[in-house]
Design a protein. Sequence first.
Length: 357
Amino acid sequence: MSEARGLFYDGISSAQTAVTLVVEGSKLRVRGEGMERTYLITEVTVSPRLATVRRSIRFPDGALCELSDERFADGLLHRQGRGRSSAALHRWERSLPRALVALVLTVAVIAAFVTYGIPALARKAAFAIPPSTEESLGREGLALLDRMIFTPSQIPAARRRELTRLFARMTRELPYAGGYRIEFRRSDRLGANALALPSGIIVVTDGLVKLAKNDDEIAAVLAHEMGHVRNRHALRHVLQNSATGLLLATITGDITSVTSLSAGLPTALVDARFSREFEVEADDAAVEYLHGKRIPLSRYADILARLEQDHQRRAGEGEDRKKERSLSDYFSTHPATDERIRRFMTSGDGAGAPSGR
């Protein structure tokens, strides 16, 4: 028989009573002035060791007892079959090297989840979104962009019809279940560029149409944006940057709840930083299309280089530093242009592409 002393709280009042705890077989008897209670050891909850914090025993009737006798508390845990795990945890807590190892492992697990887990969940959620929800996201996103940064296109109607026919031919060769739609807009903020929205909406700015020297260059950019659409890059990016919504959508299965993300979609598209993986996938889609049409990869390289030069010029000319930062943020969606060009021009696929202008 073992015993220990402690302070007993009945769970009803704040009064404390000095008690003696006695183990009698499978029972724990608590004795104090004017009181005595008996509990099954298997029914009580014993706190584990934690630095110098006093141990506590919680009873099924709501009462609690505090004690400083570590051995007595560990003995109760041992009788419950929990002594070994509690002792191991305490050894880890008291060992600085072990604590540092645990910290490093925790950081590594979190980093791995952020690097691999969240993107994987975002991909799963993005491809599970119903077409009707995706269509709603695209429509609402475009409406918000029209209010924020877009104005009606000033490209002549005849030229827009030509490019729409080009786009229609491309959609037949690069099918997408949700269908594609091309929109033309003017944007002083974005200048020459194109955006891929959910549901297959691709917005081409007047600046891009004017910057391109031929339709092959525009086709290359469109194929790149279509690659973003087919791989759900916009949706995945928004989901990855809204971890709470992503986890709720994935865990509960309520994928339609992502419609609340439409308010943040324009900012995500304009100020987004697409990952290298996303840009490589979209570049590969453009290269595959150009190969199929026997269009020189130099057409794609030329328009990318010219887009980068246009960005540098616009950033250098602006007097509004806030506007320059916004442009810099936007063009970070197409990081390391030289590296991207070098990749597809020197790859095995690039080497086999037709050359010339």
